[in-house]
Ligand binder design. Structure first.
Ligand SMILES: *[C@@H]1O[C@H](CO)[C@@H](O)[C@H](O)[C@H]1NC(C)=O
Ligand SMILES: *[C@@H]1O[C@H](CO)[C@@H](O)[C@H](O)[C@H]1NC(C)=O
Ligand SMILES: *[C@@H]1O[C@H](CO)[C@@H](O)[C@H](O)[C@H]1NC(C)=O
Ligand SMILES: *[C@@H]1O[C@H](CO)[C@@H](O)[C@H](O)[C@H]1NC(C)=O
Ligand SMILES: *[C@@H]1O[C@H](CO)[C@@H](O)[C@H](O)[C@H]1NC(C)=O
Length: 504
């Protein structure tokens, strides 16, 4: 979304600078690992590679397997010689790791181009952003009463607790499960929030049903293609991250991934990992190495690794193509499945009549969000800016041909495209298994699948956002390092707030 109705929902918190990592590569016993594999080069895999390099030092070989494009769900499409983000990227507003990456890589933030947001209910625009922030605030106040302030305080409190993770990680602490991580940040309240519907939490706070229907539901639809029954935790994460146009990277968000891999001096293999199996030497029946079989354009091959990080969703619905062979006991199928979202990039003329504005010159919006309405076939439509913005760039007016991104649960039919656009030059469709289908599982997937075999993407079941993946990446790099060096006092420690105070 390029709009900033959501600015109103933004939480302003003071951020402290990420502190340098105090743990050096001290090998307490045995040799350092010689080879590590990371499967997946999206933001999670790239960030893990970067942190693994930081912790294990320059000697270890790190191989990164990617079957598609580096960047994964951070991808772009080209329209009329310009590139546009095709992934629905939610970047957390407190994204300290992401900030750090952008800085270290010497990347630039993309200039944001002003544009107004409105909420459409299938018949008319029910909420619109004006030019004047204070007026918007008063309107929200008038329409929803105390709801808005309550919501803001709730999100702020959750984010303040979430921010503790940066301190814990700067001190080198790691967690062996997502539940342990959440518990250390927000106690049982956070775990509860991963299980309970957002709407329940908000109603309990005293947020009005109308506010939920007209503001919260549209935000969840554009961010996750889902309704307010999604868990409260992921709902809060996306409300805090709603200010997301500040976080686009000039040239495309995927540049963060390729930059991290390069900086980490990783060995990138364009390959599909087909199987993974443990191999035990005669000296070690507990700590196996892992054999990864993979296919490249040149044929099939196989390599042995000391540590493996799987940074790609493994749920059945995603069809990762990775077979687990020879694990005893076998892994149960991972909980949850993924939700299909379709991003359609259209170059053409928006049919503003569809939104009740017969004259396109009078249509003042850049983004349209939608309420939960049975017959509505899309979740949002927004005029989008290219990933490279020249100084003279201005957003196209609705009476001109422009580039629009439509999110919908199903691919758009021709008649639907014709209803939304007066005419168009091109249509490009990307179908993503974009986010977990929230509420599709009880519990969260494990982080440690087997000794020295880690799974990153489970964090998405708690909350899917680039920064969540970066936090999980740092956690897994620390965990892998501590496990390798048998530093049990750095994993799953309780009462960390207190400990950190006394360490300082
Ligand atoms: C979460 O907490 C609420 C009250 O704060 C409670 O009603 C609910 O049962 C809890 N849910 C879970 C899954 O523990
Ligand atoms: C939200 O969607 C889920 C799954 O599609 C459905 O079971 C649930 O009833 C919906 N909830 C609301 C409040 O619309
Ligand atoms: C877009 O921006 C990136 C990053 O600043 C730069 O490397 C690239 O050359 C730019 N591309 C164009 C077409 O300007
Ligand atoms: C992996 O490849 C090796 C060597 O080609 C082969 O011996 C092994 O059976 C393969 N494993 C699986 C699970 O396919
Ligand atoms: C535009 O939207 C209006 C109102 O929904 C509809 O009647 C019309 O057929 C649509 N298409 C065009 C090309 O105007």
């Amino acid at each position: 979304m390029d709009g900033s109705l959501l600015l109103l929902l933004t939480v302003v918190l003071s951020a402290w600078a990420a502190v340098g990592d105090p743990t050096g590569p001290v090998h307490v016993d045995g040799a350092p690992p010689s080879k590590i594999a990371v499967v997946g080069a999206g933001i999670g895999g790239s960030a893990t590679t970067h942190f693994l390099r930081q912790h294990f030092g320059p000697e270890v070989q790190v191989d990164v397997f990617e079957k598609g494009e580096v960047g994964g769900r951070l991808a772009t499409v080209t329209v009329n010689h310009n590139d546009y983000e095709s992934g629905g990227s939610i970047i957390h507003s407190l994204n300290l790791h992401m900030q750090d990456f952008v800085k270290q890589l010497g990347l630039k933030y993309r200039r944001s181009v002003a544009g107004k947001t409105a909420v459409f209910n299938g018949e008319e625009v029910i909420l619109e952003e004006t030019d004047w922030y204070l007026l918007d605030l008063f309107r929200l106040w008038w329409r929803y009463g105390i709801s808005f302030i309550r919501l803001q305080m709730w999100v702020e409190e959750i984010m303040e607790k979430f921010m503790r993770i940066y301190k814990y990680q700067a001190h080198g602490y790691a967690f062996s499960t997502v539940e342990e991580l959440l518990d250390s940040l927000g106690g049982s309240g956070f775990i509860n929030m991963t299980q309970r519907p957002l709407s329940d939490s908000l109603l309990e706070l005293g947020v009005s049903q109308r506010f939920i229907d007209e503001v919260i539901a549209p935000v969840m639809r554009v961010n996750y293609g889902q309704n307010v029954s999604i868990p409260a935790f992921v709902g809060a994460v996306s409300l805090a991250g709603a200010q997301n146009n500040l976080w686009a990277v000039e040239g495309g968000n995927k540049l963060v991934c390729s930059g991290l891999l390069k900086m980490a001096n990783a060995n990138l293999l364009q390959a599909q990992v087909t199987s993974i199996s443990p191999l035990y030497s005669e000296f070690s029946t507990e700590l196996p190495q892992y054999e990864l079989n993979f296919s490249t354009a040149a044929g099939t091959s196989s390599e042995l690794y000391d540590i493996v990080v799987l940074a790609t969703p493994l749920q059945a619905s995603v069809r990762s193509g990775v077979l687990f062979q020879g694990f005893n006991p076998p892994f149960d199928e991972l909980p949850g499945n993924y939700h299909g979202t379709v991003a359609t990039i259209v170059h053409g003329y928006l049919n503003t009549s569809f939104f009740g504005f017969p004259d396109p010159r009078l249509f003042p919006f850049a983004s349209i969000l939608t309420t939960e309405t049975p017959d509505l076939f899309f979740n949002s439509v927004a005029s989008v800016c290219p990933v490279n913005i020249s100084t003279g760039f201005r957003r196209k007016q609705p009476q001109e041909a422009g580039v629009y991104k439509v999110f919908s649960p199903q691919p758009l039919e021709k008649s639907q495209l014709k209803a939304l656009f007066r005419s168009y030059y091109s249509v490009q469709v990307t179908e993503w298994q974009a986010y977990p289908c929230y509420g599709s599982s009880e519990g969260l997937p494990p982080v440690e699948l087997h000794p020295n075999l880690y799974y990153l993407s489970g964090i998405e079941l708690a909350g899917s956002a680039m920064e969540m993946s970066a936090v999980a990446a740092k956690n897994i790099a620390l965990l892998a390092y501590h496990r390798w060096n048998r530093q049990t006092d750095m994993v799953d420690q309780k009462d960390l707030m207190h400990r950190i105070k006394t360490e300082l």
